[in-house]
Design a protein around this ligand. Sequence first.
Ligand SMILES: [Zn+2]
Length: 155
Amino acid sequence: MLLEDMEPIVQRFYDGVAEGKLLVRRCAECGAIEFPPHLGCNACGYHQTEWVELSGHGTLESFVVPGIQNDKPYLKAIAPYGYGKVRLDEGAEYSFVVFCGKKKVVKGLQERLYKDQEKIGVHFKPIRREVPLKQSSDELVEWWQPCFELDEVEA
Ligand SMILES: [Zn+2]
């Protein structure tokens, strides 16, 4: 998808990411959180949802170290990272890039998650990127990607 083709609901979500906010839709009927944001509720089928900002905090449910095929040079420059499923404190879950701070943390993370059943906290951490505005254009525009970081990196 190109930035110029973004649907308004997707645009609003990414505008929030650029402001450091994790915006989702909450059902006006049952209160379920829709992430990624949908206009309708997948839990009860109600047709109205509203924007709410989440805490940006969650726990790591799974973690994989990037292989050759899915290693991203632009992420490598920032920190050691992996791909993880994050369960947001408000209930929804989704997969994100997860920054780990140190290489030795990455190596031990799966054992801590799966063997030790440790509860590992993460927080929202958008990163700034420059991406092409149009398919056949050299013009780059700023875009913020929603990522997460281990709480222990900041501790
Ligand atoms: Zn609902």
